[in-house]
Design a protein around this ligand. Structure first.
Ligand code: HEC
Length: 143
């Protein structure tokens, strides 16, 4: 096969791959975000009752890993389909990534409090965490 044909064939395969991956990427990020909601629901009563915050460390670790991967879960072209992602994610990429980076930093504070078994510090950090979910949703997620 001539070089040009190979390139054309490769290009087609890449396009087909993108179309397939897009449905997956939306379903996967939505499932991940649902899991993040589950973590927050599970953490809340423990934080508020100054319970065993050390036991929450694995949940916080999962959240840190997930939010670190968040920008790549919103690739160009994944704005349509079964998604509430707003076009502002792509038109204001810096703002979106900044909102995500804030989330990760806050979760690192939460993790330290969990690792230290410091329930008071954990409760304070948790109070500052929820609003960062809402701050991103306000600008980048459709109601
Ligand atoms: C950097 C931005 C950003 C941050 C931070 C963020 N979210 Fe979201 N969230 C989104 C976007 C965008 C969607 C819509 C995703 C889609 O429909 O493709 C979403 C959707 C969701 C959903 C709906 C998932 C579904 O069923 O479709 C839940 C639940 C959720 N987020 C929980 C959270 C929680 C809890 C936090 C904080 C711990 C959080 N999010 C932080 C941007 C963010």
């Amino acid at each position: 096969m001539k070089r040009g044909m190979w390139l054309a064939a490769l290009g087609f395969a890449a396009l087909a791959g993108t179309a397939l991956a897009q449905g997956d990427v939306i379903a996967e990020r939505r499932a991940g975000l649902k899991r993040m909601g589950g973590h927050m629901d599970a953490i809340k009563p423990v934080a508020e009752s100054r319970g065993d915050v050390k036991a929450l460390e694995p949940r916080v670790d999962d959240m840190i890993a997930w939010f670190r991967s968040m920008p790549q879960r919103f690739p160009e072209g994944s704005s349509t389909g079964d998604t509430k992602a707003l076009p502002s994610i792509w038109s204001d990429r810096t703002g979106f990534e900044t909102a995500d980076a804030r989330m990760v930093s806050q979760l690192e504070v939460l993790k330290k409090a969990a690792a230290d078994g410091d329930a008071a510090a954990f409760a304070t950090a948790f109070q500052a965490t929820g609003p960062l979910c809402g701050a991103c949703h306000r600008n980048y997620r459709a109601r």
